[in-house]
Design a protein around this ligand. Structure first.
Ligand code: PXP
Length: 239
């Protein structure tokens, strides 16, 4: 299972003082040294943490793939067609949300998404859709030609006890199988941490997890390189 490290919160800290540190590019380099297989940032409409310039600098600096989460707006598409990151992940975006709330509603957006995705893909950008673990949504994504999905793991991550975790894990297991049967690449993320990854990592067909908050939080105490290395070793525990 590959590890994509979301470094938005390095920029959140920088924006707390509207200064220049900590620097997301430095964070990305340290994450790479710790074994990150990819770097993820979310360029929000309100630019509350990551800015366009960060995305440009990251694209020019890092050696691993850069994945940009973004809302499916024409503004974002124009920016990405200029910067050309390795991958974009389409997410829903609400102005007042603290973090991404739920997956993109593919059924609701099925008329606009195909052209939007195609335009990015013909420019060589891989497109993933952040999606709830819901068969109808996944079937709709498959129908419009989506090749890669990132399953929203919030329900699993928010479990407070083992019983809930096992139940949600079981549901995810079924959804992963279903998605793979349709031929899609399956990624996952949201709320994963050093504890709940230990059951989650058994979902071997998930090719990549995207983890941000728990890694950046741990990095405050042990340093980013080590925090990433520890998560990597948990992911590869029983290889
Ligand atoms: N995947 C997506 C689509 C997200 O929006 C986020 C949060 O930015 C993550 C993964 C990472 O979630 P967390 O910060 O809870 O690990």
């Amino acid at each position: 299972m590959r590890l994509g490290v979301n470094i938005d919160h390095i920029a959140t800290l920088r924006e707390a003082r509207k200064g220049s540190e900590p620097d997301p590019v430095q964070a990305a380099v340290l994450a790479e040294l710790g074994g990150a297989d990819g770097i993820t940032v979310h360029l929000r409409g309100d630019r509350r943490h990551i800015k366009e310039r960060d995305v440009e600098l990251l694209k020019a600096t890092i050696k691993v793939p850069l994945n940009v989460e973004m809302a499916a707006t024409s503004e974002m598409k124009a920016i990405m067609l200029t910067i050309l990151p390795h991958q974009v992940t389409l997410v829903p975006e609400k102005k007042d949300e603290v973090t991404t709330e739920g997956g993109l509603d593919v059924i609701l957006n099925q008329n606009v998404l195909p052209d939007y995705i195609r335009e990015l893909e013909v420019s060589g950008i891989k497109v993933s859709i952040f999606i709830d673990p819901d068969k109808e949504q996944i079937r709709a994504a498959h129908k419009i030609g989506v090749k890669t999905i990132e399953l929203n793991t919030t329900r699993y991550s928010e479990c407070k006890d083992r019983e809930c975790e096992k139940k949600e894990y079981g549901k995810l297991q079924e959804i992963v199988k279903y998605s793979k049967k349709l031929g899609m690449e399956v990624l996952a993320g949201h709320g994963l941490n050093y504890r709940n990854i230990q059951l989650f990592r058994n979902l071997k067909e998930v090719e990549e997890v995207n983890i941000g908050h728990s890694i950046i939080s741990r990095a405050a105490f042990v340093g980013l390189e080590r925090a990433v290395r520890e998560m990597k070793s948990l992911l590869n525990f029983n290889l």
